[in-house]
Design a binder for this molecule. Structure first.
Ligand SMILES: [Zn+2]
Length: 96
């Protein structure tokens, strides 16, 4: 969960959307954390704006220090690990 951002909490929904669009373009349309493509239409509701340099270590609460990330990143990664385990299991039984 991103640290509290005064900047973000003051944005109106349409301003937040515009900010997301700008970050999306600046990041070449990929997530800042996992480097996977972001689908702005499908994933808009779950996206989060995170600080590149955390406020805790004196990162600025400013657009230049924001990055767009998959909000469900951790859930997504768990799901992917699970499906990889599933595939591994199939492979083992195939060779048996
Ligand atoms: Zn991601």
């Amino acid at each position: 969960m991103p640290a509290h951002s005064l900047f973000l909490s003051r944005l109106k929904p349409e301003q937040r959307r515009e900010l997301e669009n700008r970050l999306f373009a600046r990041q070449n349309e990929v997530c800042f954390i996992c480097d996977d493509a972001i689908d702005l239409e499908l994933q808009r509701k779950t996206l989060e704006i995170d600080h590149i340099i955390p406020i805790a270590v004196e990162g600025k609460d400013d657009e230049n220090n924001f990055a767009l990330v998959h909000g469900d990143f951790i859930a997504l990664r768990r799901k992917r690990m699970k499906s990889q385990r599933g595939r591994a299991k199939v492979r083992i039984s195939d060779t048996c």
